[in-house]
Design a protein around this ligand. Structure first.
Ligand code: DOR
Ligand code: ZN
Length: 347
């Protein structure tokens, strides 16, 4: 199985930011992925089709010459989002989802929803049009234990929502627990999930190895080993409900190494290679292609890519930092190595 050739993959959950940081991180994604769902949690949020169209243009302008990378846009669901805006989004050819951030759950989520009640007309419009809801699934109850937030959100918020809107299509983003795996597996076909490389490769010990490790801090936070194993089983199971979404979330080093460091792990520099490591450890390299390249487009109703990418089993050193936006960005595996290397991509 060496080298490994796959249909060109897509990233179904990605943070690209804006301005100089966008310009400096985008090439990492564009060299391996054909498309990505671009998260709308800018400040201010990307909440309307007009804002999404403008953001999409800014992304296209930053692409390396000759790249055919296609940004797939998502709208940020705010208390002001209207059913009309959802209809516009569904009729557009560039908005592919609507992101639900519980207010206060994560980076730039202040514009999100404190309660779902008021958004019921929006969910109606989404289920009528088939536009999927992309969910950051964590309870924001301050009394809720940080490791329980995902499970509690699924039980208390998402389960009733799926019952009330019984044809709403939902992607539970970046799942981190065995509970989420079971939730998605036992839900209807209209419910799927993305899984990140860091949640497949790391457990919560990685937050404290040799001292506190801000570059391993993300939300939802890393979980215990049993949960990591459940995620690996789900990703490598062949189930079409699970697909690749890196949640690569760049924050400058200065913002991570702080008394209150930002949540987010930057993985775009080595995303596919890191997934290959995780699948290889599980003895499931033959399942990587469907997870990375088939299940996502099938769920979103988009064509699978036609090009190919080739990975070689070759160890390479990840830089300790990348220069980004005139400052430093610390990637996942900084100063360490990755056992697979992207050797080529075709259209
Ligand atoms: O770790 C995270 N970083 N989780 C999120 O939900 C948001 C993201 C970001 O935007 O930095
Ligand atoms: Zn994210």
């Amino acid at each position: 199985m060496d080298p490994l050739t796959l249909t060109r993959p897509d990233d179904w959950h990605l943070h690209l930011r804006d301005g100089a940081l966008l310009r400096d991180v985008l090439p990492h994604t564009a060299r391996q992925f054909a498309r990505a769902i671009v998260m709308p949690n800018l400040a201010p949020p990307v909440a309307t089709c007009e804002q999404a169209a403008a953001y999409r243009e800014r992304i296209l302008k930053c692409l390396p010459e000759g790249s055919d990378f296609e940004p797939l846009m998502a709208l940020y669901l705010t208390p002001r989002t209207t059913a009309q805006e959802i209809e516009r989004a569904a009729a557009s050819d560039f908005v592919h989802g609507v992101k639900l951030y519980p207010a206060g759950a994560t980076t730039n989520s202040e514009a999100g929803l404190a309660s779902l009640e008021a958004a019921h007309p929006v969910f109606e419009a989404m289920q009528a049009s088939g536009l999927p809801l992309l969910v950051h699934g964590e309870s924001t109850d301050p009394a809720c234990d940080v490791f329980e937030r995902e499970r509690v959100f699924l039980e208390q918020t998402l389960a009733p929502l799926l019952e009330r809107f019984d044809t709403l299509r939902v992607v539970v983003e970046h799942i981190t627990t065995r509970d989420a795996v079971h939730f998605v597996e036992s839900a209807a076909e209209r419910v799927a999930a993305t899984i990140t490389p860091h949640h497949l490769l790391l457990n919560r010990n990685a937050l404290f190895e040799g001292g506190i490790r801000p570059h391993h801090y993300c939300l939802p936070v890393l979980k215990a080993e049993a949960h990591r194993q459940a995620l690996v089983e789900a990703a490598t199971s062949g189930s079409a409900k699970f697909f690749l979404g890196t949640d690569s979330a760049p924050h400058l080093r200065s913002a991570k190494e702080q008394a209150r460091g930002c949540a987010g792990i930057y993985s775009a520099h080595a995303a596919l290679e890191l997934y290959a490591e995780a699948f290889e450890s599980a003895g499931a390299l033959d399942r990587l292609e469907a997870f990375a390249s088939f299940h996502g487009p099938d769920f979103y109703g988009l064509p699978r890519n036609r090009g190919r990418v080739t990975l070689r089993r070759e160890r390479w050193d990840v830089p300790a930092i990348y220069q980004a936006a005139g400052a430093e960005l610390v990637p996942l595996r900084a100063g360490e190595s990755v056992g697979w290397k992207l050797a080529g991509a075709s259209r």
